[in-house]
Write a protein that binds this ligand. Structure first.
Ligand SMILES: *Cc1c(COP(=O)(O)O)cnc(C)c1O
Length: 397
């Protein structure tokens, strides 16, 4: 029996380096305790350079950046929007803010992201759809050559939700550069953080200016408070921007450490019926934000998930996400289930779900057999080896 961790081993928590405090303090000392200031200007420049988009608008969250992207893409009430199905709810919520209707698209098995064949099938069923929202799950880019080609063919605008994948690349291009509008997040659990915050990236100057205006209550250029359209309070704080500014120099270091964690799990599970969240080598390089395990079908014990509870039947040589998550929790380590697909959520019970798979939805299968492992970059090698032992013990080997 492995011992319980004295200090909790986390899924993914902020990792600070010192400069963050310096830039926050600078904001304080110069009194730019506002949504205007040097930190904001600097991180907009740095991130647009890094990602390779001409314009960046710093916002309060990834979710607000997604909301403004949906508006820029021209989504109107009642419109259908094709969305990644297996993702965090934040990818899709902004579609509802605009009164539009998400249609969920299944994933493929090579990256767990939106399946181009399912997207093509969706356009056959709904040829008038004009906006596609694609998330890059757990830091792995989707198949953008195929997805962009399909969007182009059908005259649809692509929004990339790169909240989890900052620093990942696909065919040499940075995640956050594939859509007409792209979103990154600086939420506390992301690859770098501002404690909160997000950014909208685009090559379209007029769109960037519009987003900036919308995010600051849509004031018109006039000597009084003049308004022609609805506005939002979505701009990033200069204090938050200071944290982000201090983190940016460490992005590549964080990615390198995340990759070490992924590779150590891969090695540690070599003789177990487990594979990790997949990607296509030589085509893409993930940022390895979270390492996830997928249990081979033949080695799954019986697992049942109800409305709010999960149970399993212990079986020698077999296991399941529920058993492993319980074992991790008992040892004071944090795992998580895979994002429960949107088409399985009560809120979306009436929305369409499109899959090109004739052997059942890929997403339901990944949700059943997959889980997220502790991927915190401050986890030591010894701690990770213990996590691997805990997983191993679930299979009784
Ligand atoms: C975190 C996340 C978001 C939301 O970002 P916030 O900054 O928390 O609003 C959106 N989409 C995905 C896929 C995410 O993981």
């Amino acid at each position: 029996m492995t011992e319980k961790f004295k200090e909790k081993v986390w899924l993914a928590t902020p990792t600070m380096h010192g400069e963050e405090l310096q830039y926050m303090t600078e904001a304080y000392q110069t009194n730019w305790m506002s949504t205007i200031g040097e930190n904001i200007n600097v991180i907009e420049k740095k991130m647009s350079d890094y990602v390779g988009c001409k314009y960046a608008v710093a916002l309060a969250s990834g979710t607000s950046a997604l909301h403004l992207s949906i508006k820029l893409a021209g989504v109107k009430p009642g419109d259908k929007v094709f969305c990644t199905d297996m993702t965090f709810a934040a990818t899709v919520n902004p579609v509802l803010y605009e009164g539009a209707v998400p249609v969920f698209i299944d994933s493929e098995r090579e990256t767990w992201n939106m399946d181009p064949a399912s997207l093509e099938k969706a356009f056959e069923l709904y040829p008038d759809v004009k906006v596609v929202v694609v998330a890059d799950l757990y830091g792995t880019p989707a198949k953008y050559d195929e997805i962009k080609e399909i969007c182009k063919k059908h005259g649809a605008v692509l929004v990339e939700d790169a909240a989890e994948s900052l620093g990942a690349t696909y065919k040499g291009n940075q995640s956050g550069s594939f859509g007409t509008y792209n979103v990154i997040s600086f939420n506390g659990n992301k690859i770098i953080t501002g404690s909160s915050g997000g950014m909208l990236l685009t090559d379209d100057e007029a769109a960037a200016n519009k987003a900036k205006k919308w995010s600051t209550q849509s004031r018109e250029n006039a000597p009084w408070y003049q308004h022609e359209e609805v506005g939002y309070n979505y701009r990033m704080s200069n204090v938050i921007a200071g944290v982000v500014r201090g983190q940016i120099p460490y992005l590549d270091e964080h990615i390198a450490r995340k990759k070490e964690i992924y590779l150590r799990y891969k090695e540690g599970f070599r003789d177990l019926p487990i594979t990790l969240n997949p990607y296509v080598e030589n085509v893409m390089e993930p940022n390895f934000w979270l390492s996830c395990a997928l249990i081979d079908k033949e080695y799954m014990c019986k697992q049942e998930r109800g409305a709010s509870t999960a149970t399993y039947v212990k079986e020698n040589g077999k296991s399941c996400p529920t058993e492993i998550l319980e074992a991790l929790a008992e040892h004071n380590a944090e795992g998580r289930p895979i994002w429960k697909p949107m088409h399985m959520q009560p809120i979306y019970k009436d929305n369409s779900f499109i899959t090109a798979s004739d052997t059942g939805a890929v997403n339901e299968d990944v949700f059943t057999r997959g889980l997220c492992l502790p991927s915190d970059i401050k986890m030591t090698e010894e701690e990770q080896d213990t996590v691997i032992e805990i997983v191993r013990s679930c299979f009784n080997v």
